[in-house]
Design a protein around this ligand. Structure first.
Ligand SMILES: [Zn+2]
Length: 127
């Protein structure tokens, strides 16, 4: 991989990390004890009397936020791992077959851990 492409991908990852952290902080607090862990704040509409249906709505929103938090955290983890690999000069190699990951794939997903062939063989556990 040439230097220019490499630094472009690195920049993309760093930007994505910033965006993900920003998105997370909109509704979650950073856990001070565990790095890269976020805790979703429980929404509080601030109703004077806690009406049961308002509470139910809060719980519903909270559960939705937890799902979003999970997805964002997962992606943040991948992005951080990719950045870690860049630091260790081990970026762009498939974790399974160790071959270089095609540039097209890295451009589409700069945090990709595997090449397309291995990815197809090892379909991630989709929910
Ligand atoms: Zn592979």
């Amino acid at each position: 991989m040439d230097k220019k492409t490499f630094s472009e991908l690195k920049k993309k990852l760093e930007q994505e990390r910033t965006l993900l952290e920003k998105d997370l902080l909109k509704f979650a607090d950073k856990d001070k004890k565990i790095s890269n862990d976020y805790d979703t704040r429980f929404p509080n509409f601030g109703g004077r009397s806690s009406a049961p249906d308002e509470d139910a709505k809060e719980v519903e929103i909270y559960e939705n936020l937890l799902a979003v938090e999970y997805a964002l955290e997962l992606r943040l983890k991948e992005v951080n791992e990719a950045l870690e690999k860049i630091k260790k000069d081990n970026y762009g190699h498939c974790e399974i077959c160790k071959k270089d990951i095609k540039l097209d794939r890295l451009k589409a997903n700069s945090a990709a851990k595997t090449c397309i062939a291995c990815n197809n063989k090892n379909k991630p556990q989709e929910k």
